[in-house]
Design a protein around this ligand. Structure first.
Ligand code: UD1
Ligand code: CA
Length: 426
């Protein structure tokens, strides 16, 4: 079987973002742009993936997953030059080379698979992923001859007025025969208007050689969207968010109002859980079945919620686990907490997890009852079926034994006959 390697172009300055952060590190649904692109390369079975970096290289390298090769394009001389730089790793690669741009987060793996299949079944030298869009500003146009064969990709600035009307654009994704790609890259001439070597000029070169050039058009025009500005970033995030919500609803989650619900990528939610309006659930959060989350809840990364949990308005949970049957219905914050089963977190409960230097853990045992407005100054441990009175401040390092009741500021054991009052009722 023919092998596949991927080159991700990500050296560009991202000038139009007007940002100190490299463009491909800007966030879309909880992850940097480039991670979404690398996911696709992985899903289509790329053996080797090489990311071309330049602007902000150190920052990007730091954030890339292990196993991804990077190469530096010292001078940003255009997309053609960028691919040439990756030749350092891939020049002798026998197989197909997939080219992706680091700024197109909406590509779907199945579309790229279709591109690779077409490329192979037609024995093409180059296969271009095109998109038919309404707003074509800034994209290269696909130029076809009278028999509908692709003869060139023309960048907007080089287009004639009538070519500018073409709605079929270059998404920036290609599949190339590796030999032909590296053999012909040296033949591209610099674009005099921009002083760059355009990868897209290869198409005209191949057409002149009468090599087979194929195209696949994205089923959804949005897949080809590239992020150049912050407005594009917001547009892409909105589309991805819609996809995420749709997928969750199809899998059995009720989302009362998709318009006011933001759920990042890689969030898992069990069947029959209801997500109420104005709720934000960040990357990687896992929620069980039959929960009610929101309205106005904020669940942050590192959070695991078991089944039948209720998290209500103005509640924030960060880097915490919450056991089955636990309620946290109003105005509360849990950070770095491990909360057991059937716990009641009273209105206004706060885990004070940050002491100015370190983040500390709070452990709350099964069946505990945290009174309204309790402050738990971590590290703190509340035993099983233990209780805090309303307005208690449980100070740093305290351990409330199982079944005991603590009240006040600082919270103390409620005196009782056998060394403290127990919660017999539970
Ligand atoms: C490019 C395509 C255009 C296509 C569009 C799709 C060219 C000449 N134009 O235009 O046909 O419609 O993408 O989004 O290829 N990059 C480098 N090194 C460089 C220059 C760019 O790595 O020297 C990277 C950028 O980081 C980016 C990608 O290549 O990820 C595309 O570059 P960009 O400047 O965004 O090209 P566009 O003008 O969008
Ligand atoms: Ca672009």
């Amino acid at each position: 079987m023919t092998q596949l390697a991927t080159i991700v172009l990500a050296a560009g300055k991202g000038t139009r973002m007007k940002s100190a952060t490299p463009k491909v590190l800007h966030d879309v649904c909880g992850r940097p742009l480039i991670d979404h692109v690398l996911d696709v390369a992985h899903q289509v079975g790329s053996l080797k993936t090489c990311v071309v970096l330049g602007h902000g290289i150190a920052k990007v390298q730091q954030r890339l997953p292990k196993g991804v090769l990077t190469v530096e394009q010292k001078q940003l001389l255009g997309t053609g030059d960028a691919v040439k730089t990756a030749g350092k790793f891939l020049k002798s690669f026998k197989g197909d080379i997939l080219i992706l741009c680091g700024d197109t987060p909406l590509l779907k793996a199945e579309t790229i698979k279709a591109l690779i299949n077409r490329h192979r079944s037609t024995k093409a030298v180059a296969t271009i992923l095109t998109a038919v869009v309404d707003n074509k500003t800034g994209y290269g146009r696909i130029i076809r001859n009278n028999s509908a064969k692709v003869v060139a990709i023309r960048e907007e600035n080089d287009c004639t007025e009538s070519e500018k009307d073409i709605r079929e654009i270059n998404s920036g994704v290609f599949c190339f025969n590796a030999n032909m790609l590296f053999e012909n890259l040296n033949k591209i001439k610099v674009n005099s208007r921009k002083g760059e070597y355009y990868l897209t000029d290869l198409v005209e070169l191949f057409a002149a050689q009468r090599s087979v050039i194929e195209t696949v058009t994205t089923p959804e025009p949005a897949e080809g969207l590239g992020v150049n500005t912050r407005e594009d970033l917001a547009v892409c995030a909105a589309i991805m968010r819609k996809r995420i919500l749709k997928q969750l609803m199809l899998s059995g989650v009720t989302i009362t109002d998709p318009l006011t619900t933001m759920i990042d990528s890689h969030v898992k939610i069990g069947e029959d859980t209801v997500i109420k309006p104005f709720t934000v659930i960040e990357h990687d959060v896992v929620i069980g079945k039959n929960c009610v989350i929101g309205p106005f809840a904020h669940l942050r990364p590192g959070t695991r919620i078991d089944d039948t949990v209720e998290i209500g308005n103005f509640a924030e949970v960060s880097r915490s686990t919450v056991g089955t049957g636990t309620f946290m219905k109003h105005f509360s914050f849990l950070g770095d907490a491990m909360v057991g089963r059937n716990v009641n977190i009273g209105a206004g409960t706060v885990t004070a997890n940050f002491d100015g230097k370190d983040k500390n853990r709070t452990v709350i045992g099964d069946g505990a009852f945290i009174g309204s407005d309790s402050i738990l100054v971590a590290p703190v441990k509340v035993g099983k079926k233990a209780m805090t009175g309303a307005g208690s401040v449980v100070t740093k390092g305290k351990v409330i034994p199982d079944g005991k009741i603590f009240v006040g500021m600082p919270a103390r054991l409620v005196p009782g006959p056998a060394g403290g009052t127990s919660r017999k009722a539970l």
